[in-house]
Design a protein around this ligand. Structure first.
Ligand code: AMP
Length: 266
């Protein structure tokens, strides 16, 4: 039934990028049926306007419905920590549980914390890191790997919003990160993801892996810190071309919502 619904509609990838003087200010990424393109593009325009950008790009590209891959959103668990040191320790423990080597987990956190781009700033996308050796495998260390073309089936969108709201997680960042993590975890060869925002006011981050889902950690950096980033950890020796192609090109629609746990982790 769900597959039928996907195939019936034409789907479009809508991307927004707003910047000022060459610096990134705001971005958004949706994959929606034709009838929602206008509403979603208008909402992006409005969101970008709040940042006072000097340049704004919105692109709309039709995707081939036959290429759409579907999968579940990971369960979300909130990790109750009250400071950055404990938050990062929890993130390291989670990465170890996902199969990332200890040194590699620590170094990924240090790299994001100091700015993972060669110029010491934030990358535009994610690092791709060998989970065993720590080698950085993304072809361009400033751009990184961009996960694009992902969303949730439109009929599930209101329920996801409600479930997140019930747990005080109504911020659009949480919904978008959960959907992005679902696609990342569905990518061939990827065993875990680490992320925290580059927004100086937004301190939360997460570790996601197929075994335990999405662990939301409220303190991954101090308020006012402009650094943030993402790391996708891959199995040693994996054919990276297929992982990168999946992450950057294959359209992905989540067709199931996972559990959204409360602050006690339940
Ligand atoms: P954000 O959560 O939007 O503040 O993004 C945090 C960091 O994740 C950014 O600084 C980028 O390095 C990275 N990032 C943002 N969007 C993507 C994406 N679509 N794919 C991969 N990495 C991303």
């Amino acid at each position: 039934m769900i597959i039928f619904a996907v195939m019936e509609s034409r789907y479009y990838s809508i991307r927004m990028h707003a910047g000022r003087d060459g610096n990134h200010l705001s971005g958004a990424e949706r994959l929606v049926p034709q009838e929602e393109v206008e509403t979603v593009a208008m909402a992006m325009l409005q969101r970008a306007g709040e940042y006072d950008p000097s340049s704004l790009k919105i692109s709309v590209d039709e995707v081939d419905s036959d290429d759409i891959v579907s999968g579940a959103l990971p369960n979300l668990t909130q990790v109750p920590v009250s400071d950055v040191r404990t938050g990062r320790e929890k993130a390291i423990q989670a990465l170890l549980a996902a199969g990332v080597t200890a040194d590699v987990a620590v170094s990924a956190i240090e790299t994001i914390a100091k700015g993972a781009s060669p110029d010491g700033g934030n990358m535009r996308g994610a690092m791709l890191i060998d989970a065993g050796t720590g080698a950085r495998l993304e072809p361009d260390q400033a751009r990184g790997i961009r996960a694009t073309r992902m969303d949730i089936l439109p009929e599930l969108f209101p329920r996801l919003e409600q479930e997140l709201e019930k747990k005080d997680l109504a911020h659009h960042r949480t919904r978008e990160a959960l959907i992005l993590a679902a696609k990342v975890l569905a990518a061939p060869g990827i065993i875990a993801e680490l992320c925290w925002s580059d927004d100086p006011q937004y301190t939360a981050g997460y570790v996601a892996a197929p075994g335990f889902g999405y662990l939301r950690i409220p303190h991954m950096k101090e308020v006012g810190d402009p650094h943030g980033g993402r790391a996708f950890f891959c199995m040693p020796g994996f054919n990276l071309e297929s992982s990168i192609r999946f992450l950057e090109e294959t359209p992905f629609l989540a067709d199931r919502i996972g559990l959204i746990g409360d602050k006690s982790g339940g």
